[in-house]
Design a protein around this ligand. Structure first.
Ligand code: FAD
Length: 458
């Protein structure tokens, strides 16, 4: 008798190095590939325009990739559990193959799917190694279920045995089934995406990976933090949606200083994932409460979100986010520190704004990076306050990054652009640019006091 496996794609939208797809192909004579638009996600606003547009590209490209292998992508909309169970029944599937994921929502979805398929008498195969490099739980301290500090995690993580990357299947035999149609951006819950949003999908992701490995990885260790060089890989959205595999990225990074620095960043990705796996409530609750009585974001928050704080490096970062749906890691840290520590606004408000815009917006990475910066997460120096001016002078020494995004300051040469309040009255009068919304020194002292430290702590 001919057997059929059902493979359910989630955020593993690729045919190369995909253990879940490979598992399905090895398990049965025929394979049907399914993606379910989860109505609760699409309708909740979590599917922001930038991610919706990127996801639409990913689905088109995955369908094209599967067609080249002799198959295609079946699309359904609704509750994923109902849709998977119904299609499995219709195909009389011998097994259903799904990648594991670790947000609270994904964990509940897995539990519901297990219960439903067990009740239906169907075999579910789950894959822990498709989304991360080293799955949550595979390395942990002796007496705990996860690492809460990055350095010891990284030490153990670096020694973990990682699987070898897999080629795409040579051919996939499928079955006749109503395909549904690949959704539009609006159907995915989107509106107008950012003007400079990159194209999504495995083809675009692999092209970026190839080009970056060829031309730029060697500069990464020295220039990854250099804002004007823009020397990072820009792979985050492709990694978030699984268009490229972290296992393949790490395998191709090689042993150069740049390659090692890149792999270390992938360790941060796994680190946050294993924290979230063990503490799914860390997406909303302080991982380590510091007794903060945060301010609710008012006018200051609006100025921050619109890139009008009067602190050029902060405004440049926030405008990059709106223009590209992406922001450099260094400015993500600067703007998040400014919001939570100088303005003392709740990190959840900043994180929610980021999730509305980031094309790589990801519960584990976004919420736990915000908590790290706010000092409620895993940072071992939770009360440090980044000085945005010193950060700007160090990582954008010629002011190129600021001028790229803050048009009002485009005529100010050199690093003077970082301190527009020091310009001559004549120059200042010509600028249509606000004065800072806070005095940085006073705000820093107030933060230290709020955290119960002496105000002059560094
Ligand atoms: P590269 O420097 O080329 O790094 C390669 C890959 O390593 C990245 O694509 C990413 O997958 C991973 N990585 C790099 N830095 C980090 C990090 N600090 N934490 C976890 N993984 C990392 N990253 C997201 O993917 N989604 C988010 O929603 C997100 N929100 C963030 C919010 C804040 C406040 C901060 C400070 C950081 C956030 N990051 C997030 C992490 C980081 O800023 C981005 O992953 C990175 O800027 C993406 O650019 P890149 O692909 O060029 O990175």
């Amino acid at each position: 008798m001919t057997t059929t496996a059902l493979v359910v794609f989630t955020r593993d939208l690729r045919v190369h190095d995909n253990p879940t797809l490979r598992g399905a192909v090895d398990a049965a004579d025929r394979v049907v590939a399914l993606f379910v638009i989860d109505e609760r996600i699409a309708d909740s606003g979590f599917g922001c325009p930038n991610r919706a547009a990127f996801l639409a590209d990913c689905l088109h490209d995955l369908d094209a990739g599967l067609r080249r292998l002799g198959s295609f992508l079946v699309m359904r909309r609704g509750d994923p559990i109902d849709q998977i169970a119904q299609l499995a029944d219709r195909l009389d599937a011998s097994s259903i193959h799904v990648s594991l994921d670790w947000s609270a929502y994904a964990q509940r979805r897995s539990e519901r799917l297990r219960a439903r398929l067990t009740a239906d008498g169907r075999a579910l195969v789950e894959y822990a190694e498709t989304i991360p490099l080293v799955p949550p739980g595979s390395v942990h301290p002796q007496d705990k279920d996860h690492y809460s500090v990055f350095t010891p995690f990284h030490r153990r993580w670096s020694q973990a045995v990682v699987r070898t990357p897999l080629d795409a299947p040579e051919r996939i035999s499928s079955r006749r089934v109503d395909r549904g149609s690949v959704p539009t951006v609006m159907e995915l819950g989107g509106g107008n995406p950012a003007p400079e949003l990159p194209a999504g999908g495995e083809t675009a992701g692999r092209a970026r990976l190839d080009a970056w490995m060829r031309d730029a990885v060697h500069q990464y260790a020295d220039h990854g933090d250099d804002l004007s060089a823009d020397a990072t890989s820009h792979l985050s959205a492709y990694l978030h949606f699984g268009c490229v595999s972290p296992v393949e990225v790490a395998a191709r990074a090689g042993d150069s200083a740049g390659g090692a620095a890149l792999v270390r960043q992938l360790a941060w990705r796994d680190f946050h994932l294993q924290v979230l796996a063990a503490r799914p409530d860390a997406s909303r609750r302080d991982y380590r409460g510091r007794g903060d009585r945060w301010r609710r974001g008012g006018e200051d928050f609006v100025a921050w979100s619109e890139g009008r704080t009067g602190i050029p490096i902060v405004d440049a970062g926030m405008r990059q986010l709106v223009r590209e749906g992406w922001m450099h890691n260094r400015t993500r840290m600067i703007v998040a520190s400014f919001l939570t520590k100088h303005l003392y606004v709740d990190w959840r408000e900043g994180a929610a704004y980021f999730l509305n815009h980031l094309v790589d917006g990801d519960i584990a990475q976004n919420q736990l990076n915000w908590q790290w910066v706010a000092g409620t997460g895993t940072d071992t120096r939770p009360n440090r306050v980044l000085n945005p001016i010193r950060q700007a002078e160090r990582f954008d020494p010629h002011g190129t990054y600021v001028r790229r995004y803050v048009d009002e300051l485009a005529s100010i040469g050199g690093r003077r652009v970082h301190r527009p309040w020091d310009l001559s009255p004549e120059e200042r009068a010509e600028l249509d640019y606000p004065y800072p919304v806070v005095n940085l020194d006073d705000a820093r002292r107030a933060f230290h006091t709020a955290r119960g430290e002496t105000p002059d702590a560094p």
